[in-house]
Design a protein around this ligand. Structure first.
Ligand code: TXA
Ligand code: MG
Length: 323
C-alpha cells in the first residue's frame, strides 16, 4: 500500500478539532485512552516527535502509514517503556542487546531483533525482525506505561520530509489526523535514533545517530559495520532522498553571502549560525532548516561540517537532505 496524502486518516479523522496539549498527568492519561481506542497521538521523544499508535493494532498502524504517505515496505520502530516489555515484541534476544540496552536505554538507540508474532506484519513491513527502542523522554515513557502496550512511532513528518523537533513543527497535514499532540518541549537530541541490526552475522548500523558506532563497539567488545547502499534489503527505510526541506539543499565549503547554515557569525537574516559541537548541531539542525524552508529561498546552502566520526550522523542527514 502506497497511500496518497489526500486520503490521509480516512476513518480515523478526529471527531473534534485536534488539540495541542501541554503534556501533564491529565493530558497524558487522556492520550493513553485515545491510544487504547485506536487513535494516533503526536508524541515527544528525545530525538524527534513521533506518531504513536498501539503496536498491536493493525488498523491504527495502517492509519499511521496513510497519514505519512509512507510506502508499506518501510517498517516502523516499536517503543517500550521497560525492559520487561521487550519480551512482548522480540524473541531470541542476544546478549549484546541486553548489554546495549543496559548502557543506552532509555536513549536514542534502536535495536533490530527477531520479531514476536504478536506484532502485526504491517508494522514490520512483513519482515521477521522488529526494531525496538526505549525513548528517553518522560512523556513518551509515561504514555507507553499508561497505554500498557508497546507503541509504534515513526517520525511525525510526511514521507521524505523534515522530522519535527518541536510540537509546533508538526505539519498541518499530519496534525489533522492526530487525536492529540502532546507538547513535551523541544527535542534534546534533535535527529533520529541510531538503528543497529543484531540479527545478522555482524552488528550492523543501518542508520547513524546520536549513539556512535565506536560507542556501540566499545560496549559489546566487537567491531560494528556500517550498512552500505548494497544493504538496502536490510535497511528498507534508507531512501536516498529523505529528511529534506522543500527548498533544494547544496553543501559548500564555506558560506559567504548565500542563504543557509554557517558555523561562523551570520551576516544575513537568511543565515543561521550552527554550533561547532556535533550534539548541539544535531539539536539545531531540523528547526534551522525548517525556518529557512519557510523563507521562500531558491536554494539553501550548508557549510560542510567537520568529517570526524562524531559528525557521521549529521553528514548522513545532510547528504539525504540533498537527495
Ligand atoms: O528517533 C527515532 O527513531 C524516531 C522517534 C520518533 O522514536 N523514530 C523514527 O522512526 O525515526 P522512522 O519510522 O521515521 O524511522 C525508522 C527507521 C527506518 O529507517 C526503518 O527502515 C528502520 O527504522 N527500521 C524499522 N524497522 C526495521 C527493521 N525491522 N529492520 C531494519 N530497519 C528497520
Ligand atoms: Mg522518519
Amino acid at each position: 500500500m502506497v497511500a496518497g496524502r489526500t486520503r490521509a486518516g480516512r476513518g480515523h479523522a478526529p471527531s473534534g478539532p485536534m488539540r495541542f496539549a501541554v503534556a501533564t498527568d491529565a493530558s497524558v492519561l487522556e492520550a493513553s485512552d485515545l491510544i487504547k481506542s485506536g487513535r494516533l497521538i503526536g508524541m515527544p521523544t528525545e530525538t524527534v516527535y513521533g506518531i504513536a499508535a498501539n503496536a498491536f493494532d493493525e488498523q491504527a498502524i495502517a492509519a499511521t502509514f496513510e497519514a505519512k504517505g509512507r510506502p508499506s515496505e518501510n517498517p516502523l520502530i516499536v517503543h517500550i517503556d521497560k525492559l520487561a516489555r521487550l519480551e512482548e515484541v522480540a524473541r531470541d534476544i542476544p546478549s549484546e542487546a541486553e548489554v546495549l540496552a543496559k548502557k543506552f536505554w532509555p536513549g536514542p538507540l534502536t535495536i533490530v531483533l527477531s520479531k514476536r508474532g504478536a506484532i502485526p506484519d504491517i508494522a514490520t513491513a512483513g519482515l521477521d525482525t522488529v526494531a525496538v527502542r526505549m525513548p528517553a523522554h518522560p512523556v513518551a515513557l509515561k504514555l507507553i506505561e499508561l497505554s500498557n502496550v508497546p507503541l509504534t512511532a515513526p517520525s511525525a513528518n510526511l514521507f521524505t520530509g523534515l522530522s519535527p523537533t518541536r510540537a509546533e513543527a508538526i505539519e498541518p497535514e499530519i496534525a489533522r489526523i492526530l487525536a492529540m499532540i502532546l507538547d513535551g518541549g523541544p527535542c534534546q537530541v534533535g535527529i533520529e535514533s541510531t538503528v543497529l541490526d543484531l540479527t545478522g552475522p555482524v552488528p550492523l548500523v543501518l542508520r547513524p545517530g546520536a549513539v556512535t558506532v565506536d560507542e556501540i563497539a566499545a560496549e559489546i567488545g566487537q567491531s560494528v559495520a556500517h550498512a552500505s547502499s548494497a544493504d538496502t534489503k536490510k535497511s528498507p527505510g534508507q531512501y536516498q532522498r529523505h529528511y529534506s526541506p522543500k527548498t533544494p539543499i547544496t553543501i559548500i565549503a564555506e558560506l559567504t553571502s548565500q542563504p543557509g547554515l554557517t558555523m561562523h557569525k551570520p551576516q544575513y537574516s537568511s543565515q543561521r549560525q550552527m554550533s561547532d559541537d556535533p550534539k548541539e548541531y544535531a539539536r539545531q539542525l531540523y528547526s534551522a532548516l525548517a525556518q529557512l524552508d519557510k523563507m521562500g529561498l531558491e536554494e539553501i546552502f550548508v557549510e560542510a561540517p567537520p568529517t570526524s566520526p562524531e559528525w557521521d550522523a549529521i553528514w548522513d542527514r545532510l547528504r539525504k537532505a540533498c537527495g
